[in-house]
Design a protein around this ligand. Structure first.
Ligand SMILES: Cc1ncc(COP(=O)(O)O)c(C=O)c1O
Length: 410
């Protein structure tokens, strides 16, 4: 049977990470995946998380099933953290999911169950997994222009109709690092009100842009103005729980009766995929958020991470300016969060990999949170050298190790 399987596409980001791992050059720099690294290059367990794990281990008595919605203390804590007020949480329900990806998928399933064939609008460029998740759930995907000015986005979204769903990244847009201005968010809420589409907010980097409450402002504003909002929340980055796969699907709806149906539909969607989510990460987050001391420790750690990312970006901008790359520097200065988008072509990104061992995606995305401060001058020089060097001749690889198959601009 299995010989019938033709070669499936490989995940481009993980494929590139494998290529990085096989690169023998000691000076190489991995800026592909969205993972925070501290000044030593490590991705540490946050102190608040570690302490919560110790407390949980001490009081663990049972690993019995938690129930179809997962850890209910976690769900309450996430509702309160994301929505901020009782007035909003009273209009919402939450189900624990297998990280942000699980939340995106369960909410996509909810949309399909409610209205098969629904059109979901995603940004172009988008997080690499948005389209596959939505199409995998049987939805139709359309795109709106992004990153080339808010006007383009607003203009494209004028075509979104009643019953459509519009996927918006709540902050620190992946891959561009560019967020809409506050007045653009207000205009988006106005469009949704006028034309009857439903916002679907993806929150994966809250706390790493302008601060936790500032990063959640747009989501809360949409919740205040619209009767229905879908929200996918990831705890991977801001709690550092990448491998514990912790997240939450939140839905604001018009009545308690509707929200009960929503919760059951989300539970049913999870039941056939994995039955129930793993408890550990959710128990950790609930322990942190329910304890004033641990919560304060976590907020301070999150602020320090945000500060380090902003300092890295400012330093890179300064070095690029000093090296005579003012245009690249100016585009980076406007961005925020873990990612920056270099205005380099896929060919230039390949060339930078080959010449300097700096690994970003072909679309130009680099993980600014993945660089140690002392490597910023090296990174800036790699960018400048790429801009200075001649284009690779057709078929040439500019020193890049041979790879399987062509690469596209993701
Ligand atoms: C925009 C966005 N949404 C969702 C996710 C999913 O995160 P996870 O499933 O690891 O929680 C990511 C991960 O990189 C992301 O960048």
């Amino acid at each position: 049977m299995l010989e019938l399987l033709s070669a499936p596409p490989v995940d481009p980001l993980w494929d590139l990470s494998a290529e990085f791992a096989a690169d023998p050059r000691p000076e190489r720099l991995d800026l592909v995946l969205g993972v925070y690294r501290d000044h030593t290059g490590a991705t540490p367990v946050m102190a608040a998380v570690k302490e919560a794990e110790i407390r949980l281990a001490d009081r663990a008595v049972s690993k019995e099933y938690r129930g179809l919605s997962g850890n209910t203390a976690f769900n309450r804590a996430m509702l309160s953290m994301v929505l901020g007020t009782d007035a909003r949480t009273a209009r919402a329900t939450a189900v624990q999911t297998v990280a942000g990806t699980g939340a995106l998928r369960l909410l996509a399933d909810l949309v399909r169950q409610t209205r098969p064939g629904t059109t979901v609008w995603i940004s172009d460029p988008a997080y690499v997994n948005h389209r596959p998740i939505l199409e995998g759930a049987g939805l139709t995907v359309r795109t709106y222009g992004y990153g080339g000015g808010d006007d383009v986005m607003l203009e494209d979204l004028r075509a979104a109709r009643r019953g459509d769903v519009v996927l918006l990244q709540g902050c620190c847009h992946n891959p561009t690092g560019a967020d809409p201005a506050a007045e653009t968010w207000e205009a988006l809420a106005g469009l949704a009100e006028a034309n009857g589409w439903v916002p679907f907010v993806d929150l994966a980097y809250h706390g790493l842009g302008d601060g936790l409450d500032a990063d959640l402002w747009a989501t809360r504003m949409l919740a205040d103005r619209l009767p229905e909002v879908l929200i996918a929340v990831s705890c991977s980055k801001n709690f550092g729980l990448y491998s514990d796969r912790t997240g939450c699907a939140i839905v604001l709806g018009p009545s308690r009766q509707t929200l009960r149906h929503v919760e059951t539909a989300l539970q049913n969607a999870a039941r056939v995929l994995y039955s129930m989510p793993p408890d550990h990460g959710a128990a950790v987050v609930a322990t942190v958020l329910e304890d004033a001391g641990l919560r304060a420790t976590w907020r301070a750690e999150l602020d320090a991470m945000r500060g380090r990312i902003a300092a890295n970006r400012a330093d890179l901008v300064a070095h690029l300016e000093a090296l005579g790359c003012p245009d690249v520097a100016a585009s980076l200065r406007r961005q925020k969060g873990m990612f920056s988008m270099l205005p380099l072509t896929p060919e230039q990104m390949r060339r930078m990999r080959g010449q300097s061992g700096v690994y970003g995606t072909n679309a130009g995305r680099i993980n600014i949170a993945g660089v140690c401060a002392h490597r910023i001058p090296f990174l800036a020089q790699a960018v400048a050298a790429t801009l200075d060097s001649p284009a690779t001749p057709p078929g040439g690889t500019a020193g890049l190790p041979a790879t399987a198959g062509p690469r596209t601009a993701w």
